[in-house]
Design a binder for this molecule. Structure first.
Ligand code: AMP
Length: 209
């Protein structure tokens, strides 16, 4: 099953894609994670991407398209994948259609209050890269999995969140009609409660509850 998870920043694309990866073993292809990994490793691609990410802007299409194309050609993607955070523009979607066969596009429909709650409470472990929410943490500075230091992503700070949401509306939301018109889109309304939201998502994908 080749899937795209569409939705605004903070909708839960990464969380649900990570859960599906554990449950049915299909890789989560997150362009945000791949770009951050490149920044940490100091690659040329990472250097190009950093200033866009820090400003809450999109990294240029040609940078991410090449990266995704390469990733999808790897053997673990042969049995399916979840694209999390890609495509984010119409040109990215058009490019994707030339090198991938997508089965379904899941549009996560989430209220703005839930989005803001997710983004402002998100913490990432500086060591194992696990993602958590302050609501579920006893200590919001220590990773419950590995004991590493939890940090807030630079682009989850309030000033940048605002711009990321504006960029989503302007550049990514048009993909909803793009995929609706070609018949691939399924809307999945989420309420902000992880277990029941995930059950709704699984049902939309035709998986057992
Ligand atoms: P995410 O982790 O998906 O919220 O992505 C974090 C940031 O990485 C975004 O705000 C963009 O700057 C960049 N990014 C991730 N995916 C893409 C993409 N498909 N196209 C352009 N920029 C991207």
């Amino acid at each position: 099953m080749n899937l795209i998870f569409l939705g605004p920043p903070g909708a839960g694309k990464g969380t649900h894609a990570g859960m599906l990866r554990e449950e049915i073993g299909i890789p989560q292809v997150s362009t945000g994670d791949m770009l951050r990994e490149n920044i940490r490793e100091g690659t040329e691609l990472g250097l190009k991407a950093k200033r866009f990410i820090d400003a809450g802007e999109l990294v240029p299409d040609e940078v991410v398209i090449g990266m995704v194309r390469e990733r999808l050609s790897q053997p673990d993607c042969a049995k399916g994948y979840v694209l999390d955070g890609f495509p984010r523009t119409v040109p990215q979607a058009e490019a994707l259609s030339r090198f991938a066969d997508i089965d379904k596009v899941v549009n996560l429909v989430v209220g703005e209050d839930i989005i803001l709650g997710h983004l402002s409470g998100r913490r990432v472990c500086a060591d194992c890269r696990g993602t958590f929410h302050t609501r579920r943490l006893r200590d919001d500075k220590v990773c419950p999995d590995c004991g590493g230091r939890l940090i807030q992503r630079e682009d989850d700070k309030p000033e940048t969140i605002k711009n990321r949401l504006a960029v989503y509306r302007r550049q990514t939301e048009p993909l909803i009609s793009f995929y609706r018109e070609n018949g691939l889109l399924t809307d999945v309304p989420l309420q902000g409660e992880l277990a029941s939201d995930h059950a709704v998502l699984r049902e939309a994908l035709g998986l057992e509850a």
